[in-house]
Design a protein around this ligand. Sequence first.
Ligand code: TXA
Ligand code: MG
Length: 347
Amino acid sequence: MRTELIKVDDQSVEILKRAGSIIREGGLVAFPTETVYGLGANAYDKSACLEIFKAKGRPADNPLIVHVSSPKDAEKIAYTSPLYYKLAEKFMPGPLTIILPKKDIIPSEVTAGLDSVAVRCPENKIANKLIELAGVPIAAPSANSSGKPSPTTAQHVFDDMDGKIPMILDGGEAQVGVESTVIKITEDSAILLRPGAVTVEMLCQVCQSVEIAGAVKAELRADEKPLSPGMKYKHYAPKASLFLIDDSKVNFIEFVKEKQRTESCAIMCYDEEIELLENKNLLPVGKREDIKKQTHNLFILLRKADDLLVDTVYAHLPSDEGESLAIYNRMIRACAHHVIGGINGED
Ligand code: TXA
Ligand code: MG
């Protein structure tokens, strides 16, 4: 199959109409969102959604997020609640996904047999317009091959999906850089299943309490059943071994300078550290305090690290608080919990 890669903005109505009809008629289209690129299919069409799993090589028991163009369209696919609308008013459209009891119209293949469905209303204007023009809710996981970092540029999608899908819409770099925050809600509280740009602190402004699911910060115990199937998969692991350095215990600069002398390695450093290191395979993440920039750069740099063909990659252990929890959650998975000077004194 030839894969069309087309530059678009929210004024590209004719292209978005064409993309919308591909989706409505059972085809797949990759599209930009504010978080990462998605691989979309008509959420009502079971066989179209099964094609998503095929194109990604995704395990069938990992459910998809269903995207709607306005928060009230959740009614078409799920049973909402007053707390859903309170959250929607504050955070939708935006990078928040809410798990709700599902209606029968959504095929069980989309939700991997669960009786709940993940609902998200993206803020990105191209994504939003596409859903509107498709005229159906769009089921879309991140548009990467399973096991690779989520794509934040159309080129990343092309690298993974060329020849597998008919169309990729190129709307430039995804702004946030990591996937949406995923929560499950009860009457007045929330459980955080995946951290993203909508933080625990922000959710606490609306919910009575927010519990952070255990798997967000740590590896699952063998006997633990994940609340969200996605948690149990070893997410992205770079080709090189990734080590996180707890810089409250280890002098980062001294440590990695020595590694630069003795190993084939890449260093994910803060911008302020560039001039203190040898100018070789440096992957600057942003300024130390600029968490938004670091989030934006995260998957771009992890993909770059793979291209450098080094044996090891060293990076700072991110903070697990506030906006940084989303970075922590992705990095701790990517490094298979190799923390130098860190958690439980490992390594
Ligand atoms: O930002 C995002 O959310 C992107 C863009 C494209 O919208 N999408 C995305 O989808 O990251 P995906 O499929 O890569 O991640 C969806 C996560 C998985 O961890 C999945 O297990 C979880 O949401 N999930 C989906 N439906 C669920 C459900 N009914 N109950 C619990 N977890 C669910
Ligand atoms: Mg994904």
